[in-house]
Design a protein around this ligand. Structure first.
Ligand code: CP
Length: 352
């Protein structure tokens, strides 16, 4: 089954093919060869979304496919994801039946299922995404799960390629404060993505917010294979020094899951990690600011940085559409031909 579940697992040739196809599909809007004509896709969204949902739907439309969007609990039965439970609670249908049915109607299914943020080890096992992938007879695309957000990572890698012309740069993934603990899917995905690109990636965070050791180890391995590095930094003052890219993101401290008071106290103590002009001034003069959005102004980043000429937030969001088109083609094995009128290239079609 051609699932796309994690950036950790896909092979290097697929990684590069997806990014190259994303470039070829940029701006493709219902004209020229439509690689997904007659295809049907579904989107199972357990959590809210603006960018992911829009890019999935619009990508389907632009490439000739139809998309149906489903939200459990909102016009759709609440779904049970655990095995071996008596379903005497709120959920009316099990994902085994729901996904079994959808697999007879769609060619692939996108799934969003955030982390529980109760048990970090349980989150690492991806219980919901795994249950759905096991039950599915069609490819599953991860639209942000407990510990990965592959489409965000792909879009971020593409954005940095475009901004820096594909050269190796220093990317600082910098933890930022928030009012509540957030999942680690985005920082994990950014780490995998920039490591795969062979950049020098620094994860700057308070010690309490270290990413999981297995994630760091996998990212280091990916970076080594691509000629890059992965390091950590917990010195706020110096964390952005020499950075070409400052990538801000909030995420929770696994040690504080289930302890709201301790978490509030921790966050109050770390408000100074906001990305502001001083943090950007320590980076290189042309340093880019990145954030996957949504973002809380004045808490995660100051408005002047968010709106500065080197902020890439809208480029990242726009790239979501390009990479989403590429992954939709990939999971169903649709060939991506050049757009009508495009100059012939050495390779007319890729496997994606
Ligand atoms: N960055 C991102 O995934 O945005 P949404 O949560 O709005 O989809």
């Amino acid at each position: 089954m051609n699932h796309l579940l994690s950036l950790r697992d896909i092979d290097t040739s697929t990684w590069h093919a997806l990014l190259e196809d994303a470039e070829r599909l940029q701006g493709r809007r219902g004209i020229g060869p439509l690689p997904l004509a007659g295809r049907r896709f579904g989107m199972l969204m357990m959590n809210p979304s603006l960018r992911t949902r829009t890019s999935f739907e619009i990508a389907c439309y632009d490439l000739g496919a139809h998309c149906v969007s489903l939200q459990p609990g909102a016009g759709l039965w609440d779904l049970e994801t655990r095995d071996d439970v008596v379903m005497d609670g709120g959920a009316a249908e099990h994902v085994r039946e729901a996904v079994g049915v959808l697999g007879r109607m769609v060619d692939a299914l996108g799934v969003r299922a955030f982390a529980g943020l109760v048990d970090a080890q349980a989150d690492l096992r991806e219980p919901v995404l795994t249950a759905i992938a096991r039950a599915s007879s069609v490819p599953i695309l991860n639209l942000e799960s407990a510990v990965d957000h592959p489409h965000q990572g792909l879009a971020d890698a593409l954005t940095v390629r475009r901004r820096f012309g594909g050269r190796r740069v220093r990317v600082v993934i910098r933890w930022a404060p928030h009012v509540k603990p957030l999942p680690m899917a985005v920082p994990n995905a950014a780490l995998y993505a920039f490591a795969r690109e062979g950049h020098d990636v620094v994860v700057a965070r308070p010690p309490e917010c270290a990413l999981d050791e297995s994630v760091m180890a996998s990212a280091s391995e990916l970076a080594r294979a691509a000629g890059g590095t992965v390091t950590t930094h917990d010195d706020l003052e110096r964390s952005t020094e020499g950075a070409h890219v400052v990538y801000a993101k909030s995420w929770g401290s696994a040690g504080l899951y289930g302890e709201p008071d301790a978490n509030s106290a921790f966050l109050a103590d770390h408000r100074s990690w906001i990305v502001d002009a001083a943090a950007m001034a320590a980076a290189r003069p042309d340093a880019a600011f990145m954030h996957c959005l949504p973002v809380r102004r004045g808490l995660v980043v100051t408005p002047d940085v968010l709106e500065s000429p080197t902020s890439l937030i809208f480029e990242q969001a726009a790239a979501r559409l390009d990479v989403q088109k590429a992954t939709l083609c990939h999971v169903v094995g649709a060939a991506v031909a050049p757009a009508a009128g495009a100059a012939p290239q050495a390779s007319e079609e890729t496997t994606c």
